[in-house]
Every structure is written in structure tokens, then in C-alpha cells.
Design a protein around this ligand. Structure first.
Ligand SMILES: [Zn+2]
Length: 148
């Protein structure tokens, strides 16, 4: 169901397209709390990735579920109007995502995609990060002390 009002929708679009979105901020501040150090937006890398962890040869990308078409996700609904427009838009986005991730990997980077909906639960988000990255050497706060 495309239940959003037009004003809701344009708010949503603007939020999804812009840099420094809320999900991205959540991921950055969590990585920082967990003791990871990273750099932002390296313009010389394919896709200008959001979060770069040179020490781990890793890149973390935060993807909006609607914009980047998160499979089987409630935020990745199909708009009921301008169907062709959106179909093309989504196709372009997913093709570009695949290409960028492939290029980064071929340059030797490990790539983790974190979906917007995964940033809503800090504890499970921490687990996703720990599965992907080795724990940093510095002592990090107990994840159970973090507010969710
Ligand atoms: Zn999602």
C-alpha cells in the first residue's frame, strides 16, 4: 500500500537522497562508541563511500531501504503512481550499487551494507558490525549499556 501523503513522501525522498541522513549518523556514532576509527567520503573511491575504515580495509555503506530497494522490507514499498518513472529509477540505483560494490571489492575493500531499517535496533546493529569487523583493540563500552 502506498499510504504516504505527497508531503510525507517528498520528506522521505529528501531524507533518503541527502548525505548525513539519520541512519548514517546512527551508524557513525555507534562505530565511534564501539571504538572504531573511520574516515568520511573519500572522493577518489568508486561511489564516494560514506564510511571508510582503512585499518580494516573496510567500507560501510548505509542504504535507505526505499531508495536502494531492500528486499522483503516494509520500507521498500512500490509507489502506485508514476510506476514507470520509479521502476527506471530503482533499476538505475540497484545497478549502480552493484557496480560500485563490485569495483570497491576488486580494489581490495571489504564492503558492508547496512540498511536503514537495521539502524533502528542498536543492539542488533552492534552485532552486525561485530560480525563484519574484528573488535577494536581499545576497550569499548559494553553494548548492553548502549541505549537502543
Ligand atoms: Zn529495510
Amino acid at each position: 500500500m502506498d499510504h504516504l501523503t505527497p508531503s510525507n513522501r517528498s520528506w522521505n525522498m529528501g531524507r533518503i537522497c541527502s548525505k548525513n541522513t539519520k541512519p548514517e549518523k546512527i551508524v557513525r556514532s555507534l562505530l565511534h562508541k564501539l571504538g572504531y576509527r573511520f574516515r568520511l567520503y573519500r572522493k577518489d573511491l568508486p561511489g564516494k563511500p560514506d564510511i571508510i575504515l582503512p585499518k580494516y580495509s573496510s567500507i560501510v555503506m548505509v542504504h535507505g531501504c526505499f531508495w536502494h530497494r531492500h528486499k522483503n522490507c516494509k520500507y521498500s514499498y512500490e509507489p502506485k503512481s508514476k510506476v514507470e518513472f520509479w521502476k527506471n529509477k530503482f533499476k538505475t540505483n540497484t545497478i549502480r550499487d552493484k557496480k560500485v560494490i563490485g569495483e570497491l571489492k576488486s580494489l581490495g575493500w571489504r564492503v558492508l551494507v547496512i540498511w536503514e531499517c537495521e539502524t533502528k535496533n542498536i543492539k542488533s546493529l552492534s552485532n552486525i558490525i561485530f560480525k563484519f569487523l574484528p573488535k577494536p583493540h581499545k576497550t569499548f563500552p559494553d553494548i548492553y549499556q548502549l541505549t537502543s
